[in-house]
Write a protein that binds this ligand. Structure first.
Ligand SMILES: *[C@@H]1O[C@H](CO)[C@@H](O)[C@H](O)[C@H]1NC(C)=O
Ligand SMILES: *[C@@H]1O[C@H](CO)[C@@H](O)[C@H](O)[C@H]1NC(C)=O
Ligand SMILES: *[C@@H]1O[C@H](CO)[C@@H](O)[C@H](O)[C@H]1NC(C)=O
Ligand SMILES: *[C@@H]1O[C@H](CO)[C@@H](O)[C@H](O)[C@H]1NC(C)=O
Length: 437
């Protein structure tokens, strides 16, 4: 038997050459310690499964399936990097799903599109037993006990509220617990980090008075303010104005890769002062400023941010489905353990990693809820944006009734006459009554 002969000759050479034996032994050691490291990662991530800050699966469900959930099985979806099977392999226990609205919809049907994305996330997370929709830190923790993947909903792009605090409040009512102030376009009240869309340019770039009212109302409601995609000026102003900690749900370090979507060190320090969180984005463009990247470069972002502001300010916001290229070895949501393995190899402690994986996010979420509880006596804000700030052809301008009490409607003249007659009749009746007396 040729194969038997091979084994014999291999084993004889093993016993005969001490140097070869040593080499085989040492590589065996690596294999064993490799396994031990993997076990350690799996054990750590079982105890502290990931809460991830950003995933655009809902966007892909729209693009590929027009939100028809009946066409697919969420356990195993082709063409995407996120499904239930891979979330489970990746130890992802909670996912903030973005209800993303394209900037082209600003001042058009952004509110409808946001509602449709929220609807598909809600359906996803209620029709599948493996998911559960959560709206509080406690529910998120309960979901872990029940071995379920918790879904949080975040609105991506402040244009989705169409400059309306009542719209913001209604998003909260249907389960939204976070909103990024902008996407790649300015809103009438906040500035984007991107110059892609030439809209709502202003002199004062931070937050307008209405923008501050949005942040205040989010604080009052208990909605997490997300500064990913905001300009640094807007982020700084929102940080200063917010009573609760804020997050960057999917941004990385500007010092490591100088992309406008990343966060500079000075802003990281302000974030730390507010006990906020930067959830590192894995998109290759934000990691290496190129189309390709590797796990080592990703870990450089973690190391740098830790050096600047400590592990207590760091989370993970993968941005899967929201970008095209991901680092080699981190191609989909099942690969998170490989990132944790790299950080363990770089001497991150288990406590630091437990913070990064979930404890930091839970701390921020709980603090946002505490601020909401403190503000419970405040009434819903009635601040309205001025007509001048939002003038656009699609916005209906409702005018108050004119002094004679008529409405500007096609039927107003028709309704006017009987009303006037009634008034005249009343006056006549009253005066005749007075004369009798
Ligand atoms: C997922 O579906 C594909 C076919 O679409 C199949 O080849 C693959 O084995 C499935 N994977 C799992 C984990 O079920
Ligand atoms: C926020 O506060 C910091 C420190 O107090 C200050 O330096 C910065 O200018 C403020 N940012 C804005 C936009 O007001
Ligand atoms: C990872 O990518 C960086 C460039 O971003 C490169 O310098 C480094 O050699 C790569 N490391 C590995 C292990 O491939
Ligand atoms: C991790 O710590 C060990 C032991 O203290 C040290 O030898 C090693 O160089 C460290 N590795 C890194 C990447 O810092």
């Amino acid at each position: 038997m040729p194969s038997g002969e091979t084994v014999t000759s291999a084993s004889s050479s093993f016993w005969m050459k001490p140097l070869g034996r040593l080499m085989v032994l040492s590589s065996l050691c690596c294999v064993i310690s490799g396994y031990a490291e993997r076990d350690r990662v799996n054990d750590l991530m079982s105890r502290y499964p990931l809460i991830d800050g950003h995933n655009d699966l809902a966007l892909q469900l729209r693009r590929f399936h027009n939100n028809r959930l009946s066409q697919i099985d969420l356990h195993n979806i082709s063409k995407v990097s996120t499904d239930i099977n891979r979330l489970q392999v990746g130890h992802v226990q909670a996912q903030m799903f973005a209800a993303y609205v394209i900037c082209g919809a600003q001042d058009k049907d952004a509110v409808r599109l946001a509602l449709e994305q929220i609807d598909v996330v809600r359906r996803m997370c209620t029709e599948y037993q493996d998911f559960v929709l959560v709206t509080s830190a406690q529910e998120l923790k309960n979901a872990k006990m029940r071995h379920k993947i918790a879904c949080l909903i975040s609105v991506e792009g402040g244009h989705a509220i169409d400059s309306s605090l009542p719209a913001l409040r209604m998003f909260y009512q249907i389960g939204v617990r976070s909103m990024s102030l902008t996407h790649t376009c300015n809103t009438p009240w906040a500035e984007s980090s991107s110059k892609l869309h030439n809209v709502y340019q202003r002199q004062n770039n931070g937050l307008t008075n209405f923008g501050k009212a949005v942040v205040e109302e989010m604080n009052r409601l208990g909605m997490i303010v997300d500064l990913s995609h905001s300009s640094w000026d807007t982020a700084s102003a929102a940080l200063n104005h917010s009573k609760a900690p804020v997050i960057f749900s999917h941004s990385s370090s500007f010092s490591i890769c100088n992309h406008e979507r990343n966060v500079p060190d000075w802003l990281l320090h302000d974030l730390k002062k507010k006990r906020g969180l930067i959830m590192v984005n894995l998109h290759s463009q934000f990691i290496s400023c190129r189309d390709e990247a590797n796990i080592s470069r990703v870990a450089d972002h973690f190391d740098h941010i830790k050096k600047m502001v400590g592990a207590e300010s760091i989370g993970i916001g993968g941005d899967y489905e929201g970008a095209v290229s991901f680092p080699q070895g981190l191609e989909d949501v099942s690969k998170y353990p490989d990132l944790i393995l790299e950080l363990l190899r770089r001497n991150w402690t288990e406590n630091e990693l437990a913070d990064v994986l979930r404890k930091n996010f839970l701390r921020v979420f709980e603090e946002v809820e505490r601020v909401r509880d403190q503000l419970v006596v405040n009434r819903p804000s009635e601040v309205q944006i001025s007509v001048e700030e939002v003038r656009n052809p699609c916005r209906l301008v409702l005018r108050p009734p004119n002094p004679r009490g008529s409405f500007e409607s096609p039927s107003s003249t028709a309704q006017h006459e009987p009303k006037a007659l009634l008034i005249i009749a009343t006056v006549l009746l009253l005066s005749s009554l007075l004369m009798i007396e």
